[in-house]
Ligand binder design. Structure first.
Ligand code: ZN
Length: 461
């Protein structure tokens, strides 16, 4: 069904809240004003009109951080049911596959996925020493706005040295790529792992994984990345920040006038804490970086409120990662990575209502800023005339119980299953098509496409 108008709601625009109808033509926002039926006072709604009385009309969610290539169609459907209409996914190069070839293959797979939402890509760099400036230019040409570098995971052979970080950031500045960085200090993790292994078994066993990645591991790496980006003049995007110290360093970098620094945190770091690692099912909550104590969680919320943190992603993990390196060699076999592409927006909206974080700020964090950072704004991330009519109708007075299957994402486990949240997503539109109605998929002919990025990296102010 093509929707021609969303009437009677409160539209969340980049300029604030507007009580208005949203008019849609050819899949785009045509105007924000009064629908014809409303102006004439007719009791019958216009054909294709959705009533949003009592609801907020939000731009569709843009998830800046997902790993969905193991099952894009399932992940996209779960995203849609949770109000996310654009997902940006990291690629996952296979053994022997170049980073560029992986991006090109992933682009083909997304194009043919029959996904319910639009999907763009970031190029993971698993071979930082081998990738060339020509490769990076080809990545940009193929529509990716960002590469991702890892300061961790030497056991996977993907860790980027500080020197190479500088060189790749310099190349990326010339090409116009955003450099997303996973900030953890790998040698320190290895030293702590050796100590933990020597100390012998403990309960719950999974806690060893979390305890060998304490806050200092992230904070040191964030400082290194900010210094390197400053020297290279690169736009850097710090993924999944989880600590008070990391947030503080972003403040310092901006106060020092360093070039563009974009900061992301993830839903699980805002909504869960390290108490989960005392549970018998602690392994379900393993993620890198790990869940933190309450003081870090509160520091992240403060970072959202004062605009230090720009974006909230899911870090949705479609396939969990087995632990490697020293822990695996010593018999500590776990899997890590959390699913959450569908629950990101419902959880954030609920928590924001409870904490009094204004909905226009939430819309920036979950939609506008991710779109701006990666070259999809204003086509995505805003309800403005000319934008894609990607719309979420959200009833703040409703209630939702998060479903057991993570909205059917196919991962088989959602740590949020059964959790009640405030508010209810009544409908979701992609380019004016009704794709989700009251939580269920309403579109049998998915129209999601591969989304190529325009110029990236800019946030206002
Ligand atoms: Zn990730």
């Amino acid at each position: 069904m093509n929707v021609s108008a969303v009437t009677g709601g409160t539209v969340v625009t980049p300029d604030g809240l507007v009580r208005a109808d949203l008019l849609i033509r050819d899949g785009k926002v045509a105007a924000i004003g009064s629908a014809p039926a409303a102006t004439t006072g007719s009791a019958a709604p216009a054909a294709g009109a959705l009533d949003a009385a009592g609801c907020y009309v939000l731009p569709g969610g843009v998830d800046p951080h997902t790993h969905l290539m193991a099952a894009p169609r399932l992940a996209a459907a779960a995203a849609a049911r949770g109000g996310t209409t654009t997902a940006l996914s990291f690629t996952s190069p296979r053994a022997g596959e170049s980073d560029l070839d992986c991006l090109l293959r992933s682009r083909e797979e997304v194009s043919g996925a029959g996904a319910l939402i639009d999907i763009g890509l970031h190029a993971a760099v698993y071979d930082p020493d081998g990738v060339t400036e020509a490769d990076l230019a080809a990545v940009r040409q193929a529509g990716a706005a960002a590469i991702k570098l890892f300061l961790a995971y030497p056991e996977l052979g993907i860790m980027c040295s500080t020197r190479r970080l500088y060189e790749l950031m310099s190349m990326s500045r010339r090409i116009g790529l955003v450099v997303a960085v996973h900030c953890e200090n790998a040698p320190l993790i290895e030293a702590l792992e050796d100590e933990a292994i020597a100390a012998g078994p403990r309960e719950p066993e999974a806690r060893i994984f979390a305890d060998t990645r304490p806050p200092q591991i992230e904070e040191e790496a964030v400082a290194r990345v900010l210094a390197t980006a400053s020297l290279a003049g690169a736009t850097c995007y710090l993924v999944h920040l989880s600590t008070a110290g990391a947030v503080q360093q972003v403040r310092w970098a901006r106060a020092a006038g360093h070039p563009a620094v974009l900061a992301e945190t993830c839903a699980h770091h805002l909504l869960l804490d390290d108490g989960c690692y005392a549970r018998p099912d602690a392994e379900r909550f393993l993620v890198a970086p790990p869940l933190r104590s309450r003081s870090h969680v509160e520091a992240l919320w403060a970072g959202l409120a004062d605009a230090t943190i720009d974006a909230v992603g899911s870090d949705h993990s479609q396939a969990r990662t087995p632990t490697g390196g020293r822990l695996a060699a010593a018999g500590h076999h776990h899997a890590y990575g959390l699913a959450g592409i569908g629950t990101r927006l419902p959880l954030l909206l609920s928590a924001a209502l409870a904490r009094g974080l204004p909905l226009p700020r939430v819309a920036q964090l979950v939609s506008e800023h991710p779109a701006r950072a990666f070259g999809h704004y204003p086509r995505k991330g805003a309800l403005l005339p000319g934008s894609d009519a990607d719309v979420v109708i959200f009833d703040p007075a409703g209630r939702t119980v998060l479903p057991a299957g993570g909205y059917g994402d196919g991962t088989g486990d959602s740590v949020y299953a059964g959790q009640p949240v405030r508010g209810r997503i009544r409908a979701v539109l992609l380019r004016g098509r009704l794709i989700v109605s009251d939580g269920e998929v309403a579109d049998r002919e998915p129209a999601g496409t591969y989304l190529a990025a325009g110029s990236a990296g800019g946030l206002p102010g």
